[in-house]
Design a protein around this ligand. Sequence first.
Ligand code: PLP
Length: 376
Amino acid sequence: MRKLAMVDLVSQYEKIKPEIDKAVLDVIASSAFINGPEVKSFQAELEKYLGARHVIPCANGTDALQIAMMALNLQPGDEVITGNFTYVATAEVIALLKLKPVLVDVFEDTFTIDPAAVEKAITPKTKAIVPVHLFGQCAKMDEIMAIAKKHNLYVIEDVAQAIGADYTFADGSKKKAGTIGDIGCTSFFPSKNLGCYGDGGAIFTENDDIAKKIRMVANHGQSVQYYHDEIGVNSRLDSMQAAILRIKLRHLDEYAAARNKVAAYYDKSFANHPKVKIPVRDPKSTHVFHQYTLVLNGVDRTAMRDFLAAKGIPSMIYYPVPLHLQKAYMDPRYKEGDFPVTEHLCKNVISLPMHTEMSEADMEFIVSGVLEYLNK
Ligand SMILES: *Cc1c(COP(=O)(O)O)cnc(C)c1O
């Protein structure tokens, strides 16, 4: 058996190699490396896929979040609410812009932000909510949008882990993750569900004025070349990455189906085991399984990971430390014990290999290793 990986990008590439190689060589031959036709085509194709009015490509997912907040004119001291159990990027850009990150707890079963906790955290200084669609499914957007409307707040969706997921609203209508709030931000980091072969990101919005502002901020604050109306940043998706993403976008739904097949196999294998809790699917969202994450119950996680590693089964901890206990984000407002769910998850989650190229034999091997440890 080949070596197991958390994410197998090599096998995925091998299946689409002729198309990818040609696309990359074509970009080199055209030398339209920056803002070339491939970027415009990818933008249009992603708009169509998402049903989004505007897609603005940028350099990475962290930039996407930063540009979104700059485009909304958030001012130093403005409060932005986000989930505590997440990747650092969200809180990082809030802090970098001298806004105030306000952390709230998440649900233990779906890992997404708890709307009741969001509402409780609102103050007169609150300007925006950043729900993270963690691990591949949408946060409770019906509730979050209602809270935002009631308190006149912006919603910036962090869709870096859930591109392609569909959310069904209470009235039965559906939207793609990232097109629900005022702005959606995503990443094309190679291991993401729609990953390029380097760095990349994009920002989505339905609002023409916000789109114009985002384009300006991402392009040195200029609306006309060499006329700078405000201080912006330089954040672009390069043409080679766009050419690769155009090909991978055509496979995105099939990739999500492959991930769901792995998740279903894991679910079936671990359901009802007293020492693990399988990830709960929110009935209002489809799940694109960026990660498959178990919550352990009374298991020595480090010993389990060592046991699996010795068998050649990789595992990861997403995420080991809550934001409020990270050295860079410590704040007198928060102390250990303030976010019981997040803290419990950080101590007990474990993510198993999840990618688009997993064989039945791989899944069987991983599951038997995990069960062997749990049943020891
Ligand atoms: C990956 C990720 C980001 C950042 O994306 P980069 O392209 O690495 O900057 C932001 N938020 C979440 C939830 C992510 O998973």
